[in-house]
Write a protein that binds this ligand. Structure first.
Ligand code: CUA
Length: 307
């Protein structure tokens, strides 16, 4: 499903084309070398009556090997550089469509100018090249959606840019492809591509502030969230402001997964996570709040309301 060989974007088609050119050329050279070796072994084999001709220098052989190698290196050097510039038009001075920030071990996603912030799942319109700005808050991560385009490092204190696009609506898996600590393998994300109108719908829903439940268990959960330290690290727009150490939870319930692709987003998994974060995702920066059963139930009820 996420194979690089099945491009779903223009960028990936460009990369695929180069990959196949390299592979075909390398395969032809491999077989030529094997062929010549076998031929030489048979044709010039020593027999009782004949000793193969001995020579150590041949200008003809040296020159032709050198010329062919140089031509190949020049050709592929040129192809690589020209495809790179096709793949990455200059980004300077352009406003990014999306800003993605890597954290150990999750992805913060912001739509500048839209007031939309989300995590680990982001939505894009089809048929448009999008400029993604890449940052990191801690260590080097690497942003990669195999079907949608290239791969680029996210470096603390430095801003990188990458263009991505999707030809068709659908879901595409993304991964962190630079080892970034114990939970590197659980640093995944999903890109959901929509037809442009449906994307606008998603965006306008996500511009909304959270609807905070006023009564029942969920309201109690909201109170706990505010009182406990949850509200220091996680923002719920329209409810609290934090320093965004953890994912924005404004529309948490609308996301398919939690913990950067690790678990399905359902009450059971949320409960397990809040109850014992170190057990579920060891070394993650989530605090163990040591919650009573009632606090746990009400918090989960509250989070479930955040559509
Ligand atoms: Cu982030 Cu690997």
């Amino acid at each position: 499903m996420t194979s690089f060989f099945n491009p779903a974007s223009e960028a990936n088609e460009i990369i695929n084309r180069l990959f196949w050119h390299y592979s075909i050329a390398a395969t032809i050279i491999l077989f030529l070398v094997i062929g010549f070796t076998v031929y030489a072994r048979i044709r010039f084999r020593a027999t009782k009556s004949r000793r193969p001709a001995q020579f150590t220098r041949s200008r003809k052989v040296e020159l032709s090997v050198l010329t062919i190698s140089m031509l190949l290196v020049t050709y592929f050097g040129y192809r690589t550089v020209s495809l790179m510039s096709e793949l990455e038009p200059r980004a300077e001075g352009q406003e990014p469509d999306i800003v993605v920030t890597g954290h150990q071990w999750w992805w913060e996603v912001e739509y500048p100018g839209e007031g939309v912030v989300t995590a680990n799942e982001f939505h894009i319109p089809t048929g448009k090249r999008l400029l993604v700005q890449l940052n990191s808050t801690d260590v080097i991560h690497s942003f990669w959606v195999p079907k949608l385009g290239g791969k680029k490092d996210m470096i603390p204190g430095y801003t990188n840019f990458l263009w991505i696009d999707a030809k068709e609506a659908g879901e595409y898996m993304g991964v962190c492809s630079e080892f970034c600590g114990e939970q590197h393998a659980w640093m995944r994300f999903r890109v959901v591509a929509h037809e442009p109108e449906s994307f606008e719908g998603w965006l306008s829903e996500h511009r909304q502030q959270a609807k905070i439940p006023k009564e029942g268990m969920a309201a109690e959960g909201a109170r706990f969230f505010q009182e406990m330290t949850c509200s220091k690290c996680h923002t719920i727009r329209g409810f609290n402001e934090s320093n965004n150490i953890g994912p924005d939870l404004t529309h948490l319930a609308s996301r398919e997964e939690i913990l950067a692709g690790m678990l399905d987003n359902n009450p059971e998994n949320l409960k397990d996570w809040l109850q014992d974060p170190y057990e579920v995702k060891p070394l993650s920066h989530m605090q163990d709040m040591i919650l009573t059963n009632k606090e746990l139930e009400s918090l989960v009820a509250f989070l479930n309301e955040l559509q």
